[in-house]
Design a binder for this molecule. Structure first.
Ligand SMILES: [Cu+2]
Length: 342
C-alpha cells in the first residue's frame, strides 16, 4: 500500500472488488484511488464525465428490451391445475452474457436473466406451487436465490455456503410455494456476490394476495446502477436500467386513476436508494405484505433488497418528475417523469 492512502481510504478500500477483462480480482487501494472510485472522491468522480453522449439515443432493439415496455411487463408463466386442484406455475429462465447500453453511448458487459436487465418480473398468486427451470447459458456459474419462504435446498446459495452454483451449460429447477404475498426479489447468489448482482442478475418477484388488489394501472420499477469502469462505484443510476429513459419517454398515466408501483432496490455499492415524486403523495406498503399502508408520503428510502408498493392518484394533468432524492443519483440517470393525461 502506498504510504498516506490508508488514512484517507481505510482498510476496506484495500480489497475493493474490481473487474478487469471479465476476471474478478481484488484491486489494491492504489488502483481504486487512481480510478477515482474511493468514497471521498465521489463528487469529483461524478463530474469527471461518465461517457454519456448527448444527442445519442439508446438502441433498445440492440439491447433486446425497452424500459417503456418493461415498466408494464409482468411474466405470469405457464399454469396448469395439479390433481390436488392446486395451480402449478412454471417459468424458464436462461442466464446469458450480453453487452447492453445503459445510457446513451455507455456500454456495459452485463450478465442477464432472459436477455434483459432487470430480469423478467415474475408474477404469481399466493398459495400456488411455483417451478422455475434455470438454465445457465453464461460463461460463469450462477444461481437464482428467491426471496420468500421455502426449503434450504431451494434457496439458491452457492457452494461456498453449502449450496451449489449452476455451472455453464447446466440447469437446475427450483420449486416452492408462493408465500408470503408481497413484492419480493430474485437474484444470483454466487460469490463474489456484489459482482454477480451488479452485473444484472436480478428481478422483481410479485406474489399477489389470494383475493388480489384493487384494479390499478400497475408499474414495476427496479432501481439499479452500473459500475461501467470497474471501480466499485456506479457511473450510471436508473430505474429499469437505462439512465434518464423516463425523462426522455415519460410514463403515461391517466388523471384520477389508481397507479400502483412495485418498487425494488437492487442498487449495488451504494448504501441507500430512494424514490421521490413531485407534486403528489402516495400510500406506502413496505414489502407489500400487508393490505394496509404504513405511510402517506412523497419520499421513501430503501436499502439494497428492500422493496415496497406505492399507490397514488394524480389529481392534475401535466408532467410530474420522480427521482432518487439523492442528487448524485438523479444527475447520473435516476430521474424520470409521469405524464398525466385526461
Ligand atoms: Cu451469478
Amino acid at each position: 500500500m502506498i504510504a498516506g492512502l490508508a488514512p484517507v481510504f481505510g482498510a476496506a478500500a484495500a480489497a475493493k472488488l474490481t473487474n478487469v477483462g471479465g476476471n474478478l480480482t481484488a484491486a489494491p487501494a492504489a488502483a481504486v484511488a487512481e480510478a477515482g472510485g474511493a468514497p471521498g472522491r465521489r463528487s469529483e468522480h461524478a463530474v469527471a464525465g461518465h461517457g454519456f453522449q448527448p444527442g445519442r439515443k439508446v438502441d433498445h432493439a440492440a439491447n433486446g428490451f425497452d424500459p417503456s415496455e418493461i415498466v408494464r411487463d409482468f411474466e405470469r408463466g405457464r399454469t396448469r391445475t395439479l390433481p390436488s386442484g392446486r395451480v402449478l406455475r412454471e417459468w424458464e429462465i436462461v442466464a446469458e452474457d450480453k453487452e447492453i447500453e445503459v445510457a446513451p453511448g455507455v456500454k456495459f458487459a452485463a450478465w442477464t436473466y432472459n436477455g434483459r436487465v432487470p430480469g423478467p418480473t415474475l408474477r404469481a398468486r399466493e398459495g400456488e406451487r411455483l417451478r422455475i427451470k434455470f438454465i445457465n447459458g453464461s460463461e460463469h456459474p450462477h444461481t437464482i436465490h428467491f426471496h420468500g419462504i421455502h426449503p434450504a435446498a431451494m434457496d439458491g446459495i452457492d457452494e461456498k455456503f453449502g449450496g451449489g452454483s449452476v455451472e455453464t451449460g447446466k440447469s437446475f429447477t427450483y420449486e416452492f410455494d408462493a408465500d408470503p404475498f408481497g413484492l419480493h426479489l430474485y437474484h444470483c447468489h454466487t460469490s463474489p456476490l456484489a459482482a454477480h448482482i451488479h452485473k444484472g442478475l436480478y428481478g422483481a418477484f410479485i406474489i399477489d394476495p389470494k383475493k388480489g388488489r384493487p384494479e390499478a394501472d400497475e408499474l414495476v420499477m427496479v432501481m439499479n446502477g452500473f459500475d461501467t469502469n470497474f471501480d466499485a462505484s456506479n457511473e450510471v443510476y436508473a430505474v429499469n436500467t437505462v439512465g434518464f429513459h423516463y425523462q426522455d419517454k415519460p410514463i403515461k398515466v391517466k388523471r384520477g386513476e389508481l397507479v400502483r408501483i412495485y418498487l425494488a432496490n437492487l442498487l449495488e455499492f451504494d448504501q441507500i436508494n430512494s424514490f421521490h415524486t413531485h407534486a403528489n403523495f402516495f400510500q406506502y406498503y413496505p414489502t407489500g405484505t400487508s393490505l394496509e399502508p404504513t405511510e402517506f408520503t412523497d419520499t421513501i428510502m430503501q436499502a439494497q433488497g428492500q422493496r415496497g408498493i406505492l399507490e397514488m392518484r394524480f389529481p392534475f394533468a401535466g408532467k410530474f418528475m420522480f427521482h432518487a432524492h439523492k442528487t448524485e443519483f438523479a444527475e447520473l440517470g435516476w430521474l424520470g417523469f409521469f405524464e398525466v393525461e385526461d
